[in-house]
Design a protein around this ligand. Structure first.
Ligand SMILES: Nc1ncnc2c1ncn2[C@@H]1O[C@H](COP(=O)(O)OP(=O)(O)O)[C@@H](O)[C@H]1O
Ligand SMILES: [Mg+2]
Length: 229
């Protein structure tokens, strides 16, 4: 049996047959504002509460902005600062915008601080470091091989170019990573609803349903069994 790590996110573990297999790497794919940062952050927060330290590596917004936004979003989670102070939660930017710097910080936190969960926000920013698609692909494969040897689970956030479900282009991350969770902001009459689907999770008989989710002050709630439309 594969050992599973609970995400701790309400509803999501049920869809994942208990969680994500250990040492697996998952792409969180979605358009702007679909909740990638939110889901990634809560994944680390829940881990930290279960005694599994986590690292949020931000290449986009500054660490302070991420912390402020998440505290504002998750008003009922009042121990975020405490988890950071106790080194259960690390929210950092790499010193340098290179793949080497990203790997270095990951390795350091894993070895020195027992980090077992990491979020990289975002693969899209990693991609921006390269001049050609071919260079990016080559480096991503190398990066993924490095990740596979690290004793941690990662969420790699990927910015989708479109929020339309049928227009998603499959990128390199889809082929090399162990899992894919797609986030959507779907048109429903005069408003949008958030929805997610587990598109792929190696070694897991996961749900294939598109399910609605909400961001509440106490965390993300995934409404398993409910329909979006
Ligand atoms: N306090 C809040 N409660 C619920 N939703 C919020 C709150 N603050 C921001 N949001 C929503 O979350 C979205 C940003 O989510 P985020 O996780 O940063 O998305 P992404 O990383 O995919 O761009 C905002 O566009 C907004 O719709
Ligand atoms: Mg984000």
């Amino acid at each position: 049996m594969l050992e599973k790590m609970k995400t701790g996110i309400a509803g999501l573990d049920e869809m994942l047959e208990g969680g994500i297999p250990r040492r697996r790497h998952v792409a969180i794919y979605g358009g702007p504002g679909t909740g990638k940062t939110t889901l990634g952050f809560e994944y680390l927060y829940r881990g930290a509460k279960m005694g599994e330290p986590g690292l949020y590596l931000t290449l986009e917004e500054g660490p302070e902005d991420i912390i402020d936004n998440m505290k504002n979003q998750f008003k009922a989670l009042t121990d975020i600062d405490e988890l950071i102070a106790n080194q259960k939660l690390f929210i950092e930017a790499p010193n340098d915008y290179t793949v080497d710097a990203i790997v270095k910080i990951l390795e350091t936190r894993i070895i020195e601080n027992d980090v077992v969960r990491a979020v990289i926000d975002s693969a899209t920013m990693v991609k921006a470091m390269f001049e050609t698609e071919a260079e990016y692909r080559k480096t991503m494969v190398e990066f993924f091989n490095l990740l596979k040897n690290l004793d941690c689970n990662t969420f790699l956030l990927v910015e989708a170019e479109t929020s339309e479900r049928t227009k998603i282009r499959f990128e390199i991350e889809h082929y090399i990573l162990d899992g894919i969770i797609n986030l959507y902001s779907l048109d429903k009459g005069d408003h949008r609803v958030r929805a997610l689907e587990i598109f792929k999770m190696r070694g897991t008989n996961h749900s294939r349903d598109l399910v609605p989710f909400k961001v509440t002050p106490s965390g993300v709630k995934v409404y398993v069994g409910e329909k979006v439309f």
